[in-house]
Structures are given as structure tokens and as C-alpha cells.
Design a protein around this ligand. Structure first.
Ligand SMILES: *Cc1c(COP(=O)(O)O)cnc(C)c1O
Length: 377
């Protein structure tokens, strides 16, 4: 029987370890945390995680099936040279830029902080932004400094520049467009941050497929910046694949802390197959982009609802008057429509909900539900 044992005394399965042993061993800050909670959408309409709502057509699925069938699961992943070539071509990565793959871009965010930060070094980002920036800082014993956005949820450039001068951050994360607000920081403001940064600036373009601007063409040229992307929001969230492009000198250092084989053979094989049909993903992204403005306009016409301008595949809504975001969240939940609430995580997000753009039918169902909820309140 397989049983974890310590010396001669096998642990009975289900036997709880002494709580003081856990407390004395696990880091205090980790014990004080809650694990990253992943929404559980039980059927219904899932608009809480910026996923692409469209599945892949059968022809693409057949290609994936053939690629998986041909994959040697008994071998460790190789150096992924074929995937490097395909990713460079599919996503217009400059030939001279270094390129690193991650198990989702979440992993790359962690590797960057791990490689750059000694205990107490500062990781800085506008706030609110993507929560993984702060988690990566904490896990790696760095100090996280969040610089609040303006009341209108725009970048506060003077505050950013002041915080950079005060805290001398090793790493600055800029999500462009920003999650969860959807806004795109002006290019001149980003340039001012690049000029002022004493360390590295990570430009996180997770939502680039839905935006009009990218820093990727400059990925080999900006001396202190790297460009981070993911295929998650494009339609492959289940695959867990992200990539980082930048000057080879930076990328080479991050490669040293990358766990060997972090992108498994199935992910590699499936991605290679899907990228042969990248036009399908691009078409779906174009559809979501086209549906964004009409949905934003219809939502903004609801009484007491303000929609923040978005360059991403989601919208941030703020409720006012007697309508509370938590009540709307609950009412949508009872109709099996899943959206993101923020539970007081940041005062700037008070009374806000974040909603992914869905299919036209899903967007219509959301609107109908919200109209009904508003009428009853
Ligand atoms: C969703 C998101 C990511 C996470 O990407 P994964 O590749 O799925 O880990 C990274 N950055 C931002 C800003 C995001 O919103």
C-alpha cells in the first residue's frame, strides 16, 4: 500500500497534521492569505473571466486530435524550436528580439520578479491592475507598491513618476489595456514611464487582440522593456501558454529561472496545430471587438449604469443611485449569468462589475436580465 510514512509510524490517511507544526513551518504571510479563487460557473452564461466564448470549428479540432495522437508522451519536451518559429511568425515578433515561453503568462510574471528582485526590492504597478503582479511580488519577498489610478480610472502619470522616484522599483508592470478597467494608457505616458524607470518595465499585452496599439514592433529596441503576451484571451485559456519578447540580454536572464519543460508536449503540439488556423482566432477576436461598442452603448443607456471605455474584451460597469453592484451580481447569479465582482478589494472599484463580451445571444441575455433587475429594484 502506498502510504506516506515518517520513520516507523505511518500516517493514517486523513490524519490531520498538528496545527502548530503548520503554523511554525509555513510562512506567516502565506498563512494569512486566501488561495486564488477560481469562479465556478455551473452551466449558464460565463462572462467572468475574459474567455473567448466561441469554440473551435471541427476542422481545427481534427487537426488538434491528429497532432495529439502523434505526440510522444514518453519524451520530455524538446527545445520547442518549431513552436518558436511559429509563434514569431503568427504574432509578428521582431526577428532580433529574444523570446521566452511560459505556462501561461502568469508564470512569466513570476519568473521576472524572481530573477530581478532581492528581498525588499520594489515591484510597482498602477492600481487596480492585474492581481498576479502583486501576488508575484509577495511570493518572491519583494515589496509591492500600487499607485492608485485617478477617480476616473485613468493612469495618474504624475503620481506614477513620483512613486518611481521615491521607490526606485526594480520592476514596473503596465497592463495595456489594463485589467480590470479596460483602459489603454496613452503612449506618451508609457514612454515617460519607460524613460523614468530605473529597472525593467513589463508591458503586459494580454488584451492586445482587442486593442489598436502594440509595443511588439519595438520589442528588441526598448532598452529597459519587455512585452508580455498570452493566448488565453484570444481563445486558448485552457492551454496555458504565454510568451515574453524583448532584448536578448533580458530574456536570457529570465530563461535561467524558467523551470525546464515548463511548456509541456501537448501544449506545444496543440498550439502548433491551432496556429495553422490563426485566422479563425483572429476572426473571433474581430467579432468580439465589433460587438463591444454596441453592448457598451446599450449598457450605458440603462439608468444608473456608467460604462468605462474599453479597449479589451470586457467592460467595467459602475452602478450608482440605489443600485448596488453586489445586489446586481447576486441577481445575475440567480439567473446563472456569471460576472466578476470585486468585494471591496479596491475602493476605486466600489460598486463596479466586470463583464466579458460574450456571443451576441449571451450579450442580449445579459442586457435583458439587467433591464429586468433594474426595473425591480
Ligand atoms: C488574464 C491576464 C493574464 C493572464 O494570462 P495567462 O496567460 O492566462 O496566465 C496576464 N495579464 C493580464 C493583464 C491578464 O488580464
Amino acid at each position: 500500500m502506498n502510504q506516506v510514512s515518517h520513520g516507523d509510524t505511518p500516517l493514517q490517511s486523513g490524519q490531520a497534521p498538528a496545527p502548530d507544526r503548520v503554523a511554525a513551518t509555513v510562512r506567516r504571510d502565506i498563512r494569512a492569505m486566501a488561495a486564488y479563487s477560481i469562479g465556478h460557473a455551473d452551466g449558464g452564461i460565463k462572462l467572468d473571466a475574459m474567455e473567448n466564448p466561441y469554440g473551435l470549428p471541427d476542422a481545427v479540432r481534427d487537426d488538434i486530435a491528429a497532432a495529439v495522437r502523434a505526440t510522444a508522451l514518453n519524451r520530455y519536451p524538446d527545445d520547442a524550436a518549431a513552436l518558436h518559429r511559429a509563434v514569431r511568425q503568427a504574432f509578428d515578433i521582431p526577428a532580433t528580439a529574444g523570446l521566452l515561453f511560459g505556462n501561461g503568462s502568469d508564470e512569466l510574471i513570476n519568473l521576472i520578479v524572481q530573477a530581478c528582485c532581492e528581498p525588499g526590492d520594489v515591484v510597482l504597478a498602477p492600481a487596480p491592475s492585474f492581481v498576479i503582479f502583486e501576488m508575484a511580488a509577495r511570493f518572491n519577498h519583494a515589496r509591492y507598491v500600487g499607485v492608485p489610478l485617478t477617480a476616473g480610472l485613468e493612469l495618474d502619470l504624475p503620481a506614477m513618476l513620483a512613486a518611481i522616484a521615491t521607490h526606485r522599483p526594480k520592476v514596473i508592470f503596465l497592463a495595456l489595456p489594463n485589467n480590470p478597467t479596460g483602459g489603454m494608457w496613452p503612449t506618451a505616458a508609457v514612454q515617460a514611464i519607460l524613460d523614468a524607470a530605473p529597472g525593467l518595465v513589463v508591458i503586459d499585452e494580454a488584451y492586445q487582440p482587442f486593442a489598436d496599439h502594440t509595443w511588439m514592433p519595438l520589442a528588441a529596441e526598448l532598452p529597459n522593456a519587455v512585452v508580455l503576451r498570452t493566448v488565453s484571451k484570444l481563445g486558448l485559456a485552457g492551454l496555458r501558454f504565454g510568451y515574453l519578447a524583448g532584448p536578448a540580454a533580458w530574456i536570457g536572464e529570465f530563461d535561467k529561472v524558467r523551470p525546464p519543460y515548463n511548456v509541456d508536449v501537448l501544449t506545444q503540439a496543440v498550439l502548433l496545430a491551432v496556429l495553422r488556423h490563426k485566422d479563425v482566432l483572429d476572426g473571433q477576436a474581430a467579432q468580439l471587438r465589433a460587438d463591444r461598442e454596441p453592448l457598451a452603448k446599450a449598457l450605458a443607456e440603462l439608468p444608473g449604469v456608467v460604462v468605462h471605455p474599453s479597449a479589451a474584451n470586457f467592460l467595467l460597469l459602475r452602478f450608482s443611485g440605489k443600485l448596488r453592484a453586489d445586489a446586481v451580481h447576486q441577481a445575475l447569479k440567480s439567473r446563472k449569468i456569471w460576472v466578476r465582482a470585486f468585494g471591496g478589494s479596491d475602493p476605486l472599484l466600489n460598486n463596479c462589475l466586470r463583464i466579458s463580451i460574450g456571443t451576441p445571444a449571451e450579450n442580449a441575455a445579459l442586457l435583458a436580465a439587467l433591464r429586468e433587475i433594474l426595473e425591480r429594484s
